[in-house]
Design a protein around this ligand. Structure first.
Ligand SMILES: [Zn+2]
Length: 231
């Protein structure tokens, strides 16, 4: 038995479907999603607790959050003042991503007592010490499996916080190549600007060359067709 699933590849489409499934559960469980997004409502819908504790840094640096699958708990680091606003939402959504994609939920639900006795909570939770969840990870280079797991959780967070149809509604009357408009959308959605830009680029709605601040229209327009006029 293992509380964590073995590493597996998920396509972007598969991760988006998993995030949409959580949005559906939120509706069913009477915590319907609303924007600016409150990720704690997704946790409530899934029966996951959110707790704030001081998490000391370890030898590899600061820890933003962790997930304790056996306790169905996400712990956010109360010692980090920057863990608020959009970064807080993104971090909670990221941890929910770990819960959905990486925790062996049958084991977590069924074998709680046994695992608590034999492994100890901290050992079981070790894999899910999240460091820079939400910000730098958007640009992370995936060199090992842990990086890929972190990328998956963060991509899930983007899909949960910013579903396509919500983005399509929020972009009406706005110019995606104008930073001021993006900042207004970011406020509406309750995410960080970095979350929004990463999501829009991964959808192909905008394109920002590396090292540049100039935003170009993407290759895809929201109805899924190629934007022939701007390319
Ligand atoms: Zn993580």
């Amino acid at each position: 038995m293992n509380i964590f699933r073995k590493y597996q590849f998920y396509s972007k489409e598969q991760i988006e479907l998993k995030a949409n499934e959580v949005l559906r559960i939120m509706e069913v469980e009477n915590f319907p999603p609303k924007w600016p997004f409150e990720a704690s409502r997704a946790a409530d819908a899934l029966g996951i607790m959110i707790d704030w504790q001081s998490i000391p840094p370890d030898t590899q640096g600061p820890i933003v959050a962790k997930i304790l699958p056996l306790q169905r708990k996400i712990v956010l680091n109360e010692s980090l003042p920057q863990l608020s606003g959009g970064f807080e939402q993104s971090t909670i959504a990221h941890e929910i991503g770990h819960w959905v994609l990486h925790v062996n939920q049958d084991e977590a639900d069924g074998l709680t007592e046994q695992l608590e006795l034999s492994l100890g909570i901290e050992d079981a939770a070790k894999l899910f010490l999240c460091r820079s969840a939400g910000e730098r990870i958007n640009q992370v280079r995936m060199v090992n499996q842990l990086d890929k797991i972190e990328w998956q959780a963060q991509f899930f967070a983007g899909c949960l916080l910013m579903p396509r149809q919500i983005l399509a509604a929020k972009r009406i009357g706005r110019d995606l190549t104008n930073w001021l408009h993006l900042y207004a959308m970011q406020e509406d959605l309750g995410v960080t600007i970095s979350n929004l830009v990463y999501r829009l680029q991964s959808l192909g709605w905008i394109y920002i060359p590396k090292g540049s601040k100039q935003i170009y229209p993407g290759k895809v327009i929201p109805n899924g067709q190629t934007n022939l006029f701007n390319q």
